[in-house]
Design a protein around this ligand. Structure first.
Ligand code: NDP
Ligand code: GDR
Length: 369
């Protein structure tokens, strides 16, 4: 009988962690995930994969650990002896990294080092392959368009600077110790389980709630920011593919198509059947729901709030995924319109559920970010 391959995923409770765990389980892996201790449950995204440990076959196992705690990481890696480690855990919000720069550096930069050191110290350099969740934010103030593997980096946030360290320590451990270690330089990828404070999900969730009368308006920051948005489900497949090659290499993963935040609002609104009319520009910019049947059409439903501007912004990102296409045979299968439609569909369902709860006199949550 062949032994199941073992994968360890940090950040298993996050968007990518959930999709990747599902993919690896479907491929027959024994999947171990690291989750941090929280005062409330944080496993919503993976609950459908989790089986009662008393009755399961042990193919999906969760361990408590934290990227800021080497002892927990080393202990888990020693116990699991994984064939592959996917380092997805991070304080992943760019705006929050300006408020928590030291914590972001600790978890996002030193966290990667802690895992690589554990691989080295435990004598797993020949056994364990390592994937680092690198990011298009490394390009920041872009030096070349579109961005590819050779484009120089210019990080623009404490998050991106921390991820720059993680990128280079991954390269260094590959060169110094021969570890099979790769960086996936992933451009933005979204899904219905994207965190609610990232701009795409914030938009689809808010427009669905506005449509159902649960929310008055959506407040956003820089509407002109441009991103290359793909679907997380497509991107985790590439994370796995990168660890199946003969030689470890770094890859850009992107769609090669770019839209602005305003474009995203328009696409999501259209999907919901709302027509938005924009007036003014900059901090005065407002969006009106033209074909509104109930409520005041002169009341803006989208407005700019400078609170969401960043001290240093990344204005434009556009990836060139040619290397991934040629060497990994990878192309994204979900289009921008399909991504928006799927996110809107799921957020409409949640809003309908909240509206039902509200109609029975209970509070439907609305936390703004
Ligand atoms: P999420 O924010 O959805 O998930 C982050 C995960 O990391 C969560 O499981 C979170 O736990 C966990 N985590 C955070 N801090 C710690 C810590 N100190 N110790 C242990 N676990 C921790 O991110 P995504 O899934 O979207 O992204 C995955 C990775 O890819 C991240 O590293 C991100 O920076 C990177 N990336 C993401 C891109 C994207 O567009 N999504 C693009 C490029 C890179 P909890 O659930 O408890 O919060
Ligand atoms: P990003 O994603 O910073 O690219 O990082 P985010 O969705 O937060 O922002 C994208 C762009 O939209 C602008 N924006 C707003 N952003 C948020 N969050 N909220 C707003 O109200 C708002 N209004 C405008 C931002 O200024 C920005 O230009 C994501 C994360 O997943 C990172 O972990 C990952 O590394 C990168 O993508 C690639």
């Amino acid at each position: 009988m062949t032994m199941k391959k073992k994968a360890l995923i940090t950040g298993v409770t996050g968007q990518d962690g959930a999709y990747l765990a599902e993919l690896l389980l479907a491929k027959g892996y024994e999947v171990h995930g690291i989750k941090r201790r929280t005062s409330l449950f944080n496993t919503d995204r993976i609950d459908h994969l989790f089986q009662d440990p008393h009755i399961s076959d042990g193919s999906f196992v969760l361990h408590h650990g934290d990227m800021t705690d080497s002892s927990s990481l080393t202990h888990i890696i020693q116990k699991v002896q994984p064939d592959e480690i996917y380092n997805l855990a991070a304080q992943s919000h760019v705006a929050v990294s300006f408020e928590e720069p030291e914590y972001t550096a600790n978890s996002d930069a030193l966290g990667a080092l802690r895992i690589l050191e554990a691989i080295r110290i435990l004598g797993l350099t020949k056994k364990t392959r390592f994937y680092q969740a690198s990011t298009s934010e490394l390009y920041g103030l872009v030096q070349e368009t579109p961005q590819k593997e050779t484009t120089p980096f210019y990080p623009r946030s404490p998050y991106a600077v921390a991820k720059l360290y993680a990128y280079w320590i991954t390269v260094n451990y590959r060169e110094a110790y021969g570890i099979y270690a790769c960086n996936g330089i992933l451009f933005n990828h979204e899904s219905p389980i994207r965190g609610e404070t990232f701009v795409t999900r914030k938009i689809t969730r808010a427009l669905a709630r506005i449509k159902l009368g649960l929310q008055e308006a959506l407040y956003l920051g820089n509407l002109d920011a441009k991103r290359d948005w793909g679907h997380a489900r497509d991107y985790v497949e590439m994370q796995w593919l990168m660890l199946q090659q003969e030689q470890p290499e770094d890859f850009v993963i992107a769609t090669g198509v770019q839209y602005s935040v305003r474009d995203f609002v328009n696409a999501a609104a259209q999907e919901i059947g709302m027509k938005i009319r924009w007036e003014n520009t900059g901090v005065e910019e407002k969006g009106y729901w033209e074909n509104r049947e109930q409520g005041d059409p002169n009341q803006p439903i989208v407005a700019v709030d400078p609170r969401y501007f960043r001290p240093t912004e990344v204005e434009t990102l556009l990836g060139d995924p040619s290397k991934a296409k040629t060497k990994l045979g990878w192309t994204p299968s979900t289009t921008f319109d399909e991504l928006v439609a799927e996110m809107v569909r799921e957020d409409l369902k949640s809003a309908q559920r909240d509206a039902l709860v509200k109609s029975h006199g209970y509070n439907a949550f609305n936390y703004d970010q």
